[in-house]
Design a protein around this ligand. Structure first.
Ligand SMILES: Cc1cc2nc3c(=O)[nH]c(=O)nc-3n(C[C@H](O)[C@H](O)[C@H](O)COP(=O)(O)OP(=O)(O)OC[C@H]3O[C@@H](n4cnc5c(N)ncnc54)[C@H](O)[C@@H]3O)c2cc1C
Length: 507
């Protein structure tokens, strides 16, 4: 259905159009009566008008309104043009730095058939397509001026199969939906650290979290997916069906189509974990201690120092500790953390995992200004620690932190999935979070300074967090890149899905 226009006066033409599209209006009235379905009145798109848009190669094009109207009518979900009520909300993404982007149309898909219709519409008109699940792309890849946003947010159902230890999730789910559904059965799969992140981008790019060292990355737990390809075909990918596509979806991002369904492997997990937050004086002794400790920690341990700017110049490290296993074993294995003399405050104990998984949700909420650079470290060499010691605690606009990798995720061969960086022991992130756009330039400069100093020590980057030039992106896929190009040629030869860590087709 097509959404209505705010405050627009009715003309005779409008009235006639409304009549001729009474099915749409009726559906809207029904939708408006249902909780959470929106309350805007519906109207038809003005006939004869052409809607300006951008092609996938960046050219200015226009779309016939009758075609848009037809698309809207074909949907169980909703279609928004810029003049429609609800457009501003529908186009919203997480990073406020991209609030000013205006897609020509937003298609909110209610099911796979809607996604197929939207993809066919875009391909036939050569439109620039962005795909939105949770809208958390740091560099704003899920929105584009003049593009067609395919928004999966209405597709959020999850089913857990406790016998098979699997979870099926729609392609528009947030990580909160996965955590809630699985933890209700004392089961879990690896998800990320902020619960309003989308499972779509998260899973297809790799998927780190508090349990990857024990359970593997999200891509290692992805056992099946259903994808709408650029040709509009609905293709299932599993070890038995199209295994080449499953391989590519495990780290190749949104390059091969729109995933409308994921099936994950689940692991037994106690919803009350052992761990907590510890605060240390940040100095070289602490950094050396962390580097040594990491070498000795079992897979169950996830230990992640964060460095935040402090107004009084105090140098502190906040260390988040999560143990994915038996509590008594955790207490023993993590004891060196509480014995270290630099400890200033905090303790370890038993806490709710669901509460931990949502603890950063408000601070990292929708609409703030964000800028991030990050990279993967194979080890904490003295030279890398020098840089971190120098930049981390400065009185700057950014925070920085370690994401603890390795363990189970490092035991998978680099060519077993498209996600290649199996030797990475850490991801190191540097991020600005603010509310004043006037600070953005300074913040970006400061983040880049830190990143440039640390980049020579990095082995590559996580495509879900970092953006770089085409050449660096291709190089970052490393030895897996040629196989990814073959898959791109097969499933998206015209590069319809290009707003991502893009793999260039060669056909
Ligand atoms: C606050 C925050 C916390 C984060 N924490 C973590 C973390 O703990 N671990 C981690 O690994 N990463 C983390 N990330 C990075 C995160 O994985 C990426 O930003 C990811 O792209 C977000 O997915 P999304 O669906 O919300 O993004 P969107 O902006 O909706 O999509 C990003 C891109 O993913 C692709 N895409 C999304 N859904 C689909 C789909 N169903 N089918 C095909 N393509 C799709 C598209 O190419 C799209 O451009 C975090 C990001 C943020 C902003």
């Amino acid at each position: 259905m097509v959404a209505g226009s705010a405050g627009k006066q009715s003309t005779v033409g409008d009235v006639m159009q409304r009549r001729s599209f009474c099915k749409t209006a009726l559906a809207a009235a029904v939708a408006a009566a249902l909780p959470g379905c929106g309350s805007e009145s519906e109207t038809a798109v003005e006939t004869g008008r052409r809607i300006p848009a951008i092609s996938k190669d960046g050219a200015e094009v226009s779309i016939e309104s009758a075609a848009v109207q037809e698309l809207g009518e074909s949907l169980d979900g909703r279609l928004f043009l810029q003049a429609n009520d609800g457009y501003t909300t529908a186009k919203r993404v997480w990073n406020g730095m991209f609030d000013d982007r205006k897609p020509a149309l937003v298609v909110q898909c209610a099911n796979t058939a809607d996604v197929v219709n939207a993809v066919n519409f875009a391909r036939e008109r050569d439109l620039l397509v962005s795909v939105k699940c949770g809208g958390h792309s740091l560099p704003g890849k899920s929105t584009a001026d003049g593009g067609m946003m395919i928004d999966l947010s209405p597709m959020r159902s999850v089913d857990v199969d406790t016998a098979a230890l699997t979870m099926r999730a729609d392609g528009g789910c947030l990580l909160a939906h996965l955590d809630q559904a699985s933890l209700a059965h004392n089961l879990l799969t690896t998800t990320g650290i902020v619960s309003h992140t989308g499972c779509g981008g998260f899973t297809l790019g790799g998927g780190f979290g508090r349990t990857d060292r024990k359970m593997g990355l999200a891509v290692d737990n992805l056992i099946e997916a259903t994808v709408v390809t650029a040709a509009g075909n609905v293709v299932r990918a599993s070890e038995d069906e199209n295994p080449d596509l499953l391989w590519g979806l495990r780290g190749g991002g949104g390059n091969f189509g729109i995933a409308v369904e994921f099936v994950y492997r689940l692991h037994p997990f106690n919803p009350n974990y052992y761990g907590g937050m510890l605060t240390y004086a940040l100095d070289r002794d602490f950094l050396d201690f962390y580097a040594e400790l990491h070498e000795t920690l079992p897979d169950e341990a996830n230990v992640e120092p964060q460095f935040i700017p402090s107004e009084d110049g105090t140098r502190i490290a906040l260390v988040e500790v999560t143990w994915s296993g038996d509590h008594a074993a955790g207490e023993k294995a993590l004891a060196p953390l509480t014995r270290f003399p630099g400890l200033k405050s905090g303790s370890l104990g038993v806490h709710s995992y669901l509460a931990l998984q949502t603890s950063a949700d408000d601070f990292l909420g929708y609409g703030r200004q964000y800028y991030l650079k990050s990279g993967l470290l194979e080890e904490l060499t003295p030279a890398a620690l020098d840089v971190i010691e120098d930049f981390a605690p400065r009185d700057r606009l950014y925070a920085s932190w370690f994401q603890h990798l390795g363990g189970q995720s490092a035991r998978v061969a680099a060519d077993a999935t498209a996600y290649v960086h199996r030797d990475a022991a850490f991801n190191f992130g540097i991020m600005y979070v603010g509310d004043d756009p006037a600070q953005n330039d300074l913040a970006r400069t400061q983040v880049r300074e830190f990143y440039s100093a640390l980049e020579p020590h990095m082995m590559g980057f996580y495509t879900n967090l970092n953006e770089d030039s085409e050449k660096k992106t291709w190089g970052n896929y490393s030895a897996n890149y040629p196989r990814l190009v073959e898959l791109k040629n097969k499933y998206d030869p015209t590069n319809l899905f290009r707003l991502n860590a893009n793999i260039k087709p060669t056909v």
